[in-house]
Design a protein around this ligand. Structure first.
Ligand code: PDD
Length: 287
């Protein structure tokens, strides 16, 4: 079965999927993206992802590449053509192809690329053992609410984490407060059982998984506080975890060289993960 990608109106073999060298995404990182989980044949939270894509496009004065409803049809079509049940759908919109010039080109059409990659279901060892993170200075720009493809600081952070043999880097602002991970939101649970994550303003990406977790926590009766926390507070927390569309709720058991609580995934993180998996299973299957 060949892998199928979508490039500007055409479904093509993934090996042949290519864009023009003067695509502004390639030359200026002038583009935005979304990653949507395909879980057992269900596209999870497709609408909130499209809402956030709309936010990113508006903030960058970029046009939708097609009507939102048509994009949704194309998302389902690429799933249908790839014929696997669990994977990650990558959607990228750039300002389009134009001779290299920093200012916006006139009369340009946005480019749309979509790929789907098969991934295994959430690995048991991540849930059972948790992961480690390092902390790094957050050197990103001031509009992290826009899901821009300009990810160089995130790439450098993730590489530093890999070199330190841990899974993620948590980024720290000038006041010593954790913003988020390089590709995930950061959470802690305090000694008195309060779930805490940073407010979603311009400093972090408003995670779609984050939003679902807030609602599921409410349903489970877990008290929730939206506020910033320091590295020190995180190291002394009862539990810590990260969230994103690719790995849901992932327990964090070590920050730099400090072990969180007893070094094992906590009960609330585990409960939230299970509830999130149930939440995904409740989406209707793609026909
Ligand atoms: N990243 N913060 C950052 C910086 C992210 O890149 C992501 C997601 C998140 C979590 O958002 P969500 O819950 O909507 O996935 C938070 C994706 C998965 C990526 O870049 O691959």
């Amino acid at each position: 079965m060949p892998r199928i990608a979508y490039v500007n109106g055409r479904y093509v073999d993934h090996r042949d999927a290519a864009v023009h060298v003067e695509d502004r995404g390639y030359q200026f990182a002038d583009g935005v993206y979304e990653v949507v989980h395909l879980f057992r044949n269900r596209l999870i939270d497709a609408d909130p992802h499209l809402d956030r894509l709309g936010h990113s496009l508006v903030e960058l004065q970029m046009a939708w590449p097609m009507h939102r409803s048509a994009l949704k049809v194309a998302m389902h079509e690429i799933v249908r053509r790839n014929r696997f049940a669990t994977g990650l759908l990558y959607i990228q919109v750039t300002r389009g192809v134009a001779p290299r010039d920093h200012k916006f080109p006139a009369d340009v059409c946005s480019s749309l690329v979509m790929t789907l990659r098969s991934v295994p279901e959430f690995p048991d060892d991540m849930r059972e053992q948790g992961v480690g993170v390092i902390t790094l200075e957050d050197i990103r720009w001031a509009r992290r609410d826009i899901k821009s493809v300009a990810l160089l600081p995130n790439v450098l952070g993730k590489q530093a984490a890999a070199e330190a043999n841990v899974y993620e880097a948590w980024l720290v602002d000038g006041a010593g407060l954790i913003t988020e991970g390089t590709s995930s939101n950061a959470w802690i649970i305090s000694g008195d059982g309060v779930l805490i994550t940073r407010a979603a303003d311009h400093d972090i990406l408003r995670g779609i998984t984050r939003q679902a977790i807030v609602e599921l926590a409410q349903e489970l009766g877990i008290p929730f506080e939206e506020r910033s926390f320091s590295v020190e507070e995180a190291c002394n927390a009862c539990e810590a975890f990260m969230s994103n569309s690719s790995h849901f709720v992932t327990p964090v058991t070590r920050i730099d060289d400090r072990v969180i609580a007893n070094g094992k995934p906590g009960s609330l993180s585990t409960a939230l993960h299970s509830r999130y998996v149930q939440y995904m299973s409740d989406f209707s299957k793609i026909g």
